[in-house]
Write a protein that binds this ligand. Structure first.
Ligand SMILES: C[S@@+](CC[C@H](N)C(=O)[O-])C[C@H]1O[C@@H](n2cnc3c(N)ncnc32)[C@H](O)[C@@H]1O
Length: 249
């Protein structure tokens, strides 16, 4: 499994390229426009005017700044990468939005020592939880951070599973390749659901995204970095992209 230290080094090295190709929203599963994606997430998750939210694995605060400006929410954001923190601080200052968005360098496995527990209406993981090497710790910490009635929202992908052992072998090989290229620890849906429920969360929904995936940005990034996750084999979907929302009762 990749450790937070390895993930930090990865983003410190790669953030410039992500900014160039992805822009301020570092999410691979997306419709054509980042604003469409972020409005979708806000609406689907139930983001409301005036909420106080935590963005765990915030990148360069593209989503945090957008949510603060569009929905007038207060966002505390954390990323493991100091390069991303510096970039995010520049963006927050340029938008004069310091009163709404605060960023810290930190490890989301230790959320309770980054910000004050029990104060948040929502915790967001936007393509970030799959970098964790200990989801039990992250999910329990998220639970601690929330007020009663608050929610966790997770956007991520989950390894497909099959009784067909040949297919499973092919899937697992591609997932391993994704993990190696992106320093990811691709999530297992059953484990995530069990961890959420054991931590005290109640499921609101687990569903597919209601937009078509536009692969052009991811394609451009992988071409630029000579990433071929299928290693010359015909392409297929090795994972399911899902949005999960759970409540702290
Ligand atoms: C694919 S990027 C997504 C960034 C952001 N959510 C967005 O939508 O633009 C993954 C993010 O997770 C962060 N991350 C990964 N592991 C982390 C950890 N242990 N603690 C804090 N942040 C972490 C990375 O630094 C990076 O910002």
């Amino acid at each position: 499994m990749f450790s937070p230290d390895q993930v930090r080094k990865y983003y410190d090295t790669m953030t410039a390229s992500y900014l160039q190709i992805y822009g301020e929203v570092i999410q691979a599963f997306r419709p054509g426009k980042p604003a469409t994606l972020l409005h979708y997430i806000a609406k689907s998750s139930g983001l409301k005017y005036g909420m106080r939210i935590l963005d765990a694995g915030c990148g360069v605060c593209g989503p945090a700044i957008f949510f603060a400006k569009e929905y007038k929410v207060k966002v505390d954001a954390v990323t493991i990468s100091p390069v991303q923190v510096a970039e995010a601080r520049r963006k927050i200052a340029a938008q004069k939005i310091q009163h709404l968005v605060q960023i810290k360098e930190g490890d989301y496995h230790q959320l309770t020592s980054c910000f004050e527990p029990g104060k948040y209406d929502a915790v967001y993981f936007l393509e970030s939880l799959g970098h964790s090497n200990d989801i039990k710790r992250v999910i329990s910490a998220s639970y601690e951070m929330l007020k009663n009635g608050g929610y966790i929202y997770i956007k991520d992908f989950y390894r497909k599973i099959s009784y067909d052992t040949a297919q499973q072998k092919k899937t697992d090989a591609v997932i391993e390749s994704v993990n190696q290229h992106y320093q990811y620890n691709t999530l297992d849906l059953n484990t995530v659901v069990e961890t959420l429920r054991s931590s005290g969360f109640e499921i609101v929904f687990i569903k597919r995204f209601d937009f078509k995936d536009d692969i052009s940005v991811r394609f451009e990034f992988e071409k630029t970095h000579n990433i071929d996750i299928f290693e010359g084999q015909p392409e297929f979907y090795p994972a399911e992209w899902l949005e999960i929302k759970c409540l702290k009762p």
